[in-house]
Write a protein that binds this ligand. Structure first.
Ligand code: 9MR
Ligand code: 9MR
Ligand code: ZN
Length: 782
């Protein structure tokens, strides 16, 4: 029990550390007396070593007679303008290190050698100024790591401007050795993240939701208890079940079901010697703030206007004209939302965001109010529609004369960790792509429907922009984007545009009812995906939820079949995974993929009324909000432990995580230095690190928030009238007809039925037993 108290303190500490790179994570393997630098003699290339250039510096590296040769043509204007580096050097606090290397240069000059923090303040942990010359200089010394452990520091040589003008020259480096010679004072244990033993959704549950907790490291316990956090009384005791060897997280898991607790309140779970779970809430409105913040986040990402907020407010940004790539043409593309932790604005991910928001609103309009605290609040239009319109207005500016749509606008490179108004370099609009044009077409056609009653002129502008885009698509079969070589910001490049065109056609059909689009849909067949790169399922959503669509048409039935197939796959994985998540592999932005799976499951629930799909959809929500192997609520500012150091420039500049952002989450491909350093030996389902340098696990984006918004719109518990199979709000003979029909054609996805209301036997099957009960109910009520 003492251990428990201690671990708790650590959890609380972890939760309060802001932007502290080295504070909390794994590999505890001792590195004593091994050369930490893997390529030290350059016998076969320069692998592991790289060059950083800025402020006018120019340099290349190669090998020369078994040495590393750094050829410098321009020293630039600052000392790190030309920098030779070796990434990911673990330095443990109180460790004594010995560093040695040989260095020479074709000229006499001064360089700095150091091991420094890679990010943050770039503080040096050890530093030497060196006068180098053609005669090799042998450097060999010991130092102690005084600062907090930093397992991803950077060893580098600043070879830029040091005050003396220099022509082209070459620096040679060889026999680099870094060893941890004394680790007797290193406390390896001190740096592990706290991993809870019992995981639940940390935010909580609606009263009638299915509620299960995951238990790990169980030693002999067979039951668990739910405790009321205010009274400390045991309100429920249940048995552990479902022991599973979880290969993805490398742990053994048990489950405990506490769905019986429906009484609103705050609770936590205990189980023998395991650490108590974090507290969570049960209530009707448990997600309302979360839902509001998932949309409000977009306001805080607004570009091209003053943003008002006590902590993250800023003056207008990115409001200069932008240059169309490769021309002298300057255009106004101000507005829209910053995409992510960077300040680029990209059409392709914008379209996904817009679609998620509008379909979330369509699914459960009653959840969306007019008081989010955005400038348009109180104007009589739901804020989710006002906020979405802010992006749509920007998207309209991205359409070229031709009807084609520019892929994106950003500066040529990513800025430092600054507020948006401080990024003042030239804005560049990159060429038109057919993926952006089709996504734009779909978004505008969709917008036409939603804004028609609010502002007819705007709606018509959207529809004619969509029509212009469609004409461009007809004339330009396929023009896929690649980043021009001098632009390094988000590429959002795709291999095919079939799914984008399918989505566009489906939205155009919904907006106009025109047969041409239906013919186009039939020619491609249903496509899938709710990603930025695959968007076909938005086409399926458009068709399935379209008013008055012919349910026997091939467009409709193929869309339903595509959804069913995916929903069944996601439901199966969710059932087999102790955490209830519908994924077994985790890539960049996996939290979006998890939320997307929830959307597909929710849609299929809406089609069939089969509760098991809704349960699986919400299991994915519970994963995102804390019931996952890392025990993290991935939405900033919610739950007990949520990301403190997201890769998000405003949060990094302010020194505090902005609230209401869903981070990318687990990504086992280790695609940034922090992920490589912290997660090298981590099981795939746990590859996440709360470190601001980890953009491949801990960045945020507008299109990761938006599927969460959609998923949350599935949480509204609708009152069901007993026996109301046809969901018309009352019970009668008509429901008997619906149920008989359903049972007769039980494979027919078309027969829509409110499963929960019709399942009178409460056995999760709809069959003749329910029919018998329903007949009795009709008789007794008449
Ligand atoms: O900050 C950038 C982030 O928004 C991107 O998702 C990521 C991948 O493209 O790149 C980040 O920028 C990094 C760049 O790729 C490499 N140098 C360091 C930059 C900041 O971490
Ligand atoms: O979300 C994108 C992810 O699917 C890609 O694997 C990754 C690398 O191309 O890029 C992600 O998008 C980033 C974009 O390029 C720049 N802004 C931040 C985005 C999220 O990291
Ligand atoms: Zn901006």
């Amino acid at each position: 029990m003492k251990v428990k108290a201690l671990k708790r303190v650590l959890a609380a500490m972890t939760a309060s550390l802001i932007l502290s790179a080295g504070a909390s994570i794994t590999p505890y393997t001792s590195t004593a007396a091994k050369n930490i630098i893997s390529n030290s003699t350059f016998e076969s290339g320069t692998s592991g070593w790289g060059i950083y250039k800025e402020s006018g510096g120019a340099a290349t590296i190669s090998t020369d007679s078994g040495r590393l040769a750094m050829n410098i043509t321009k020293v630039g204007t600052v000392s790190h303008a030309a920098q030779l580096y070796y990434d990911i050097v673990p330095l443990y606090q109180n460790g004594v290190y010995r560093l040695s290397f040989e260095i020479s240069c074709t000229e006499n000059r001064y360089v700095e050698a150091m091991i420094q923090q890679n990010g943050g303040t770039y503080q040096a942990y050890t530093w030497k100024g060196l006068d180098i010359s053609p005669t090799p200089l042998k450097v060999d010394y010991e130092f102690t790591m005084e600062e907090e452990t930093d397992i991803m520091s950077k060893f580098c040589f600043n070879c830029g401007d040091q005050g003396t003008p220099l022509g082209e020259h070459t620096i040679y480096l060889d026999n680099v050795v870094l060893e941890l010679v004394d680790d007797s004072k290193v406390d390896y244990e001190a740096s592990g993240p706290y991993e809870p033993d019992i995981m639940t959704n940390q935010v909580g549950y609606t009263p009638n939701a299915k509620k299960t907790a995951v238990f790990r490291d169980v030693t002999g316990e067979t039951s668990f208890s739910v405790i009321n956090a205010d009274t400390k009384s045991v309100v429920y005791t249940g048995e552990l079940y479902g022991k599973t060897e979880n290969l993805y997280a490398e742990e053994t898991d048990w489950l405990g079901d506490f769905s019986e607790i429906t009484e609103p309140g705050r609770y936590y779970i205990t189980c023998g010697n395991l650490d108590d779970s974090y507290e969570f809430e049960i209530s009707e409105n448990v997600y309302s703030n979360l839902l509001d913040d998932s949309v409000k986040m977009l306001y805080l990402q607004r570009c091209g206007c003053e943003v008002i907020d006590a902590e993250f407010g800023h003056p207008s940004c990115h409001d200069s004209l932008a240059t169309v790539y490769g021309t002298n043409q300057k255009i106004d593309v101000t507005g829209g939302w910053h995409d992510a932790g960077d300040y680029g604005r990209y059409v392709v991910p914008a379209a996904k965001t817009v679609a998620d928001l509008l379909y979330a609103y369509e699914r459960t309009p009653e959840l969306y109010g007019d008081n989010l605290g955005i400038p348009e609040s109180g104007n009589g239009v739901p804020d989710i529609l006002d906020e979405t319109r802010y992006e749509l207005e920007w998207m309209l500016k991205m359409q070229a004369e031709s009807g084609g749509v520019y892929h994106k606008v950003s500066c040529a490179t990513f800025p430092g960790y600054i507020m948006p108004q401080a990024e003042t370099k030239e804005l560049i609009v990159t060429p038109v792509s057919t993926t952006a044009t089709a996504d734009f077409c779909a978004s505008m056609a969709l917008a036409y429907e939603f804004y028609y009653d609010i502002d007819k002129n705007f709606a018509e502008t959207c529809l004619s922009a969509a029509e212009k885009a469609w004409s461009y698509l007809e004339a330009n079969p396929n023009f896929i984007f690649v980043n021009p070589s001098d632009i390094v910001t988000g590429a959002y490049n795709d291999k095919r545009d079939t799914d984008e065109r399918y989505w566009a056609a489906a939205q155009m059909y919904r907006a106009t009812g025109n047969q041409t689009y239906l013919d186009y849909i039939d020619s491609t067949g249903a496509q899938t995906g709710l990603d930025w790169s695959t968007v076909g399922d938005y086409g399926n959503i458009a068709l399935i939820t379209m008013d008055g669509i012919d349910k026997s048409s091939s467009a409709y039935t193929k869309a339903v079949t595509a959804i069913k197939k995916q929903a069944d796959g996601f439901a199966t994985i969710s059932k087999s995974n102790p955490y209830g998540v519908s994924l077994n592999t985790f890539n960049w932005g996996s939290n979006m993929t998890v939320a997307n799976a929830g959307i597909i499951l929710g849609l299929y629930y809406d089609i069939t009324g089969d509760d098991s799909y809704n349960t699986a959809a919400l299991a994915n929500l519970h994963y995102l909000l804390g019931k996952n192997p890392n025990g993290v609520c991935y939405m900033t500012g919610y739950g007990t432990v949520s990301p403190q150091s997201p890769h998000h420039r405003p949060s990094m500049a302010v020194g505090k995580a902005m609230k209401g952002m869903l981070v990318g989450g687990v990504n086992s491909n280790l695609e940034d230095s922090a992920a490589k350093a912290y997660l090298a030996d981590t099981p795939s389902a746990k590859c996440y690190v709360d470190n601001s340098e980890s953009y491949s696990t801990n960045e945020i984006t507008i299109y990761w928030n938006s599927p969460l918004t959609y998923l949350l719109s599935l949480t509204e518990e609708k009152e069901t009238v007993k026996g109301d199979a046809n969901a018309d709000g009352k019970f009668g003979v008509a429901d008997l007809v619906t149920l008989s029909k359903y049972i007769l054609n039980s494979n027919d996805a078309d027969t829509s039925i409110d499963w929960k209301a019709a399942d009178l036997c409460k056995d999760n099957v709809l069959d003749s037993f329910d029919l018998v009960l329903m007949r009795r109910l009709v008789v007794s009520e008449s």
